[in-house]
Design a protein around this ligand. Structure first.
Ligand SMILES: C[S@@+](CC[C@H](N)C(=O)[O-])C[C@H]1O[C@@H](n2cnc3c(N)ncnc32)[C@H](O)[C@@H]1O
Length: 265
């Protein structure tokens, strides 16, 4: 038990190929897996994000981009609200599952969030979920995502977080190190891989970046009215913002470039 409760060593960010393989394999039965991985909290966080988007005015005829759309768990309720949703994901397997769920008019695109095939300000809202742990430079990816939102538009995402309270953190470690891989075993090899991957991946991300850093990344990307909350005893994260009127400049060399973030008017 002591071994399980000890923090894990840093886990490298998976390559694009590894990410694809991970999710192509897990697409079947993913929705059950998502609920299991989040201790039954996933839909609560998802609903919080969708409600925030609709309160912001997302609805009939709004143009919405949902990044890392997966099986369409976020794209679908937004489309049901009447939005014209485009869902983008790396994994063909996940997109195939999304096709089976999302309303017919939902556009599904295979692509990489690090370099989006959409012009600046093309959408009234952009949403995203569980993506930042899969990229080397989350600040650059946020910049790339936020540039697609029109000034005044909505941007929001959800992610896993690590409880800060020592007691809940210990239980969280037991959940991620024991329950998830064991639950994964029940669902077969793909679930096992995701179950084993998740806890260390979440912990590595939050060892590298705290909430203040995420807030700074959001504001550097061109967001104002930023609101971040960590529901479910700190195990989840819902981050919301509004695209400011200023235009976020790309880093030199585009997303993933090394120079600091600049903003121009
Ligand atoms: C944990 S799943 C989340 C899926 C869905 N949004 C949900 O809420 O259940 C993470 C998704 O991110 C996608 N993904 C990871 N890296 C990506 C990238 N660079 N570009 C686009 N999608 C990516 C994966 O293929 C996977 O479908």
């Amino acid at each position: 038990v002591a071994q399980i409760l000890r923090p894990t060593k840093e886990r490298p960010v998976p390559t694009r190929g590894e990410t694809r393989a991970l999710f192509d394999g897990a697409a079947r039965g993913y929705d059950t897996l998502a609920q299991l991985l989040s201790g039954g909290q996933y839909l609560k966080w998802r609903d919080r994000l969708v409600t925030a988007a609709t309160r912001h005015g997302v609805g009939n005829g709004s143009r919405v981009l949902d990044i890392a759309t997966g099986t369409g768990l976020i794209a679908t309720p937004l489309a049901t609200e009447g939005a014209e949703v485009t869902g983008l994901d790396l994994s063909r397997g996940m997109l195939k599952a999304a096709r089976g769920r999302a309303p017919h008019r939902t556009r599904l695109v295979q692509g990489d969030a690090r370099r989006l095939p959409f012009p600046d300000h093309a959408f009234d809202a952009t949403t995203m979920s569980y993506l930042l742990r899969y990229v080397e430079d989350p600040a650059a990816v946020l910049l790339e995502l936020v540039r697609t939102v029109r000034p005044g538009g909505f941007f929001g995402f959800i992610e896993f977080h690590v409880p800060q309270d020592a007691f809940w953190r210990s239980l969280w470690r037991l959940h991620t190190r024991l329950v998830l891989p064991t639950g994964g075993l029940l669902g077969g090899p793909a679930w096992w891989r995701v179950g084993r991957f998740l806890g260390p991946s979440i912990e590595t991300f939050w060892d590298r970046h705290d909430l203040a850093a995420v807030r700074t990344m959001m504001s550097d990307a061109g967001l104002g009215e930023i609101h971040i909350e960590t529901p479910s005893l700190g195990g989840g994260l819902v981050a919301l913002g509004t695209r400011t009127g200023t235009r976020a400049a790309r880093r030199d060399g585009g997303p993933g470039g090394r120079s600091s973030i600049r903003r121009t008017r």
